[in-house]
Design a protein around this ligand. Structure first.
Ligand code: FES
Length: 164
């Protein structure tokens, strides 16, 4: 992604603008709403493209690079297109000690892909994540906005069955 590539085709939807305005009103500066704006846009678009960065920057009165820095700092923002669902498996210390490697291996086998890849049917992108602050439920993963904890291979199979 290159923040200097300005593409003005994307516009924030009315619904996103309303949510961003609500969030921005809580703070003295509209800059504070960058993360919220990116989250709402990502929910609508599936990922944070150059167009999204530019549109958020324009709406909040910022430079695209300022929004780009936020988008690339947090791993919850996807700056590349991916599958309809993203599964992020925590492989940090607590999860690693409680079997994250087996969780990753099972998902890779079931999906026929490696970490960082998308299934050929475009359904699932498999990603690694740093600690997601749910160590008590290790091993865990996040899919969409939902946490799945104390994972077993049965729970993984059930999750994969649910995803369209
Ligand atoms: S180490 Fe996995 S949630 Fe903290």
């Amino acid at each position: 992604m290159n923040p200097t590539l300005v593409d003005r085709r994307y516009r924030l939807s009315q619904a996103v603008m309303a949510e961003v305005d609500k969030e921005a009103a809580k703070y003295p500066s509209r800059r504070a709403a960058v993360k919220s704006a990116l989250r709402y846009c990502q929910e609508e678009m599936g990922w944070v493209s150059n167009e999204v960065v530019t549109a958020v920057a324009e709406y909040l009165g910022l430079e695209p690079i300022e929004v780009y820095e936020v988008a690339t700092f947090y791993d919850m923002f996807y700056t590349e297109p991916g599958g309809r669902h993203r599964i992020r498996v925590c492989t940090n210390v607590s999860c690693m000690l409680r079997g994250a490697e087996a969780i990753v291996n099972h998902l890779q086998e079931q999906l026929g892909i490696e970490i960082g890849e998308t299934s050929p049917d475009g359904r699932i992108t498999l990603l690694e994540a740093e600690c997601l602050a749910a160590c008590g439920g290790a091993p865990m993963l996040v899919c969409g906005n939902q946490y799945f904890e104390n994972l077993t291979t049965d729970k993984l199979d059930s999750l994969l069955d649910q995803l369209d």
